[in-house]
Design a protein around this ligand. Structure first.
Ligand SMILES: Cc1cc2nc3c(=O)[nH]c(=O)nc-3n(C[C@H](O)[C@H](O)[C@H](O)COP(=O)(O)O)c2cc1C
Length: 266
């Protein structure tokens, strides 16, 4: 059973690729968190593995994944293999340690943690932007090969440390920047919508914390934002901005490439 959280589709795609190769089912954490009736209880069969797939947020685990893990109840858990795969634009810092601690709190032992580099989605800080199209394509192509390697390591039950990229100054990033990120990005964020808004409500539907409500056909943000950036990237007409900083930044949502001609299929 692979639990995945994904704001812009990278981790969803990675989770689905892994599930295909490993023969596991997937559970969308986004959907579970939006479902007020979910009791976060899942039954495991004997031969299942437990996987956690999510994007790295500021060199740590996204707070929504941690919220989900806190609520998670697994029936029939009996020492099943536990692995994780985090997607990141560059590197993950000590995201693995944060996850390991969170899972330990639930009596689960994280056996292996891997990273897959995917197109970047962090655009709300100076000098950070989406990748250009050639880099996006190259990252997705390399990811396919890496996912196969990760799957093999999982099947073999052997942790391969070369399949986790922590990057430079990992301790500093995870112990200093990650807590600051969590503290200062939770709550109200300076999102706004322009007259280009189509009133389609996609931002409302994709917000994993149900923090957006439509008023007179336009989105209004509440105070439960975790800055996953799903709303701003999914808007089909770029009508959403984060203050002024995103006005000249790109937008990105994962789309499957057409293998033959490189076009995207939507
Ligand atoms: C709030 C936020 C913080 C991020 N922090 C990092 C980071 O610390 N390191 C990194 O390499 N990528 C970082 N990224 C990029 C994402 O981890 C990466 O693009 C990921 O594949 C997005 O996955 P998703 O489409 O499943 O949401 C960040 C993205 C966001 C939105």
């Amino acid at each position: 059973m692979i639990f995945y959280f994904s704001a812009t589709g990278n981790s969803k795609w990675v989770a689905e690729q892994l599930a295909d190769i490993l023969g596991e089912n997937t559970v969308s954490v986004n959907e579970e968190l939006r479902n007020s009736k979910s009791n976060y209880t899942y039954s495991l069969s004997d031969d299942e593995r437990i996987g956690f797939v999510f994007p790295v947020h500021s060199w740590g685990v996204p707070s929504l994944m941690l919220r989900f893990i806190k609520r998670l109840k697994l029936n029939n858990y009996n020492g099943h293999q536990v692995f994780s795969v985090c997607t990141c634009g560059d590197d993950a810092g000590y995201t693995n340690k944060i996850l390991e601690d969170a899972l330990k709190g639930k009596g689960l032992k994280l056996e292996s943690c891997h990273t897959v580099q995917m197109p970047n989605t962090y655009i709300v800080f100076p000098f950070f932007d989406v990748d250009d199209k050639a880099v996006e394509r190259q990252k997705v192509e390399s990811a396919k090969y890496r996912i196969r390697k990760i799957s093999k390591a999982i099947v073999d039950g052997m942790e391969d440390k070369s399949l986790y990229v922590k990057g430079s100054m990992a301790a500093l990033k995870t112990s200093l920047i990650y807590p600051l990120f969590k503290k200062y990005t939770f709550g109200q964020n300076p999102f706004r919508v322009s007259d280009a808004c189509l009133h389609c409500g996609l931002c409302e539907k994709t917000c994993p914390t149900s923090n957006i409500r439509m008023e007179d056909g336009k989105p209004v943000w509440g105070n439960q934002c975790v800055q996953c950036l799903a709303c701003i990237h999914h808007c089909p007409v770029r009508a959403i901005e984060y203050g002024k900083i995103t006005e000249k930044k790109g937008r990105y949502v994962f789309k499957e490439m057409d293998e033959k001609n490189g076009d995207v299929t939507i």
